[in-house]
Design a protein around this ligand. Sequence first.
Ligand code: ADP
Ligand code: MG
Length: 624
Amino acid sequence: MTTTAEKQEFTFQAEIEQLLHILSESLYQNREIAIRELVSNASDALDKMRHVRLTDEQYRDDEPLEMTLEPNAENRTLTIRDNGIGMTRDELIENLGTIAHSGSLAFLNRLSGDARADLSLIGRFGVGFYSAFMLGQRVEVLSRSYREEAGWRWESDGSGRFTIEPHETLARGTAVTLHLKPDLDEFTRPERLKHIVRKYSTFVPHPVKLNGETLNEQRPIWVEPKTALSDDDYAAFYRHISHRVDEKPLWRLHLSSDSPLSFHAILFCPPTNLELLGFGRIEHGLSLCAKRILVQDDCRELLPEYLRFIVGLVDSDDLPLNVARESLQDNTIFRKIRRVLVKRVLDHLAKLAEDERETYETFYRQFGPALREGVATDFEYRESVAALLRFRSSREADAEALVALDQYVERMPEGQTQVYFLGGPDRRSLDSSPHLEAFRDRSLEVLLVTDPIDEIVLATLGRYRDKPLVSIDSAEVELPAGADKAAAEAEGAKPSERETTPSGFGRVLTLFREALRERVEDVRESSLLTGSPCRLVNPKGAASAQVQKLLATAGQELPLSRRVLEVNPRAPLIRRLCELSANAEHEEFIRDCGRQLHANVLLLEGLPLSPAETASRVERFLTE
Ligand code: ADP
Ligand code: MG
């Protein structure tokens, strides 16, 4: 039987082996981030110790909390030592033998080529410790937890296994020693280490010492007045807090308030949305400090879920230091701070949209999905979030141009009471949609959405500034009075010609109805269409075609609700069919036309057709 007093061998969780492999492949330039990750871990351990000392009598002492870098050129080692919280044996096994975030490896695996080489994001994935193996061919961790009298020695060469054995004479804290790989002697050079610490770790809130000299500034810049800070100060702080190296935030927000609440905050928006890159859900939060002291480094409750892409720090003088994670949300001050933060972020975005349109659109292309989530989940600020949404529009010549709902509402012609939108698989199908044609001819703007999520968002929203949001393939559409006249004039058609329904039209409708009995709810005359022969209209209250399609692909066995085929008596093709209908011989041909017109509409909407049936029908047409 083995006891914990003996040296014991363990295997890493399978994923770690793969991770170590990816790390060892990474580029030379990335190697300095290993120092940053180890310094950041030491800093976290010091934060935790400071917190324990402040909240638990029995561990109170005055020893300064700090870390030291101890290079040894002769032995070719580098040690990063801290007198922080330390680790027990179980903690060493748990923390240095498994990956906490299950999505991390999946993400790293998906990175390829240059992206894989750029591992600068590694700290974001909770796998920072393993970057030690980018520098060390062997890594040794000595650690003693503040709760224990003796310590432990952990060691691994990064090849899938690690060992743990007791190590009696240790001071509280952790020392990570890297036995440097060949050719990496530079990491024992003080100048090189100084440079790295100043580059990445200047805001670490504890002294980082090397040969007695403190290398970092440790400024709590969030309590300084904005005017005293430069863009570079903020950028450096961003790099510190986001673990993202050569990156500038897209925007920042520095808030300071004395009353009624006393708090400071710096919030940053990263330039890219990691979730769009396939990292799954972002699971981090803001750093929460009380009187400059970190109480929680991943406080996800400070902002609503949909704003989870924001990184930053919040510090309040009104929060107790020993506030527990579980009780945070019940804390009145905490809840008030959260409300202020959400409001200020949304105000900031609105202002950004107004003052710096391009930056806003860049932001929107990255974080639009977050805002759409906000519309669905933030009942309190729904309208403010909706105001931040952007859509493509039939009014804009540039297909990529983005339009806000406010802009749409402001340019609605008199008499228009609804906001019109149309969903479709892509822009080209939308442009040739018969629904759209009818609105274009009447000079009515339609928002064009090719992402079904946008359609769901619009449907969820229901109204904007009291105007119903209506999909133009729905029977709920109301046209402004006078729109038809405008359309007729635009088309230059003689009113008489437009108004008379050709004889035989009733017969054509009957034949269509017979042909499509199984597929549509009804066949009716259209009062709306101008040039197209027909369109499919959703009954009142039914989800639009795109939304139904989305539900269908999401595996929801929801049969497409049957729609009404509207036929346009003014379309040349239909007029011709009306003439043909006088002769009974043409009846089957007219029915086939009905089936084909129906199929065409489905095709434009990206809905499935029966290929065999369509092909044989087209053949019949060609023969005819
Ligand atoms: P993360 O820091 O994101 O949690 P890491 O891979 O960097 O992920 O570290 C894993 C865990 O190992 C940390 O969460 C911490 O519990 C523990 N750890 C690492 N370094 C130290 C240290 N110097 N002192 C105490 N605990 C540490
Ligand atoms: Mg870490």
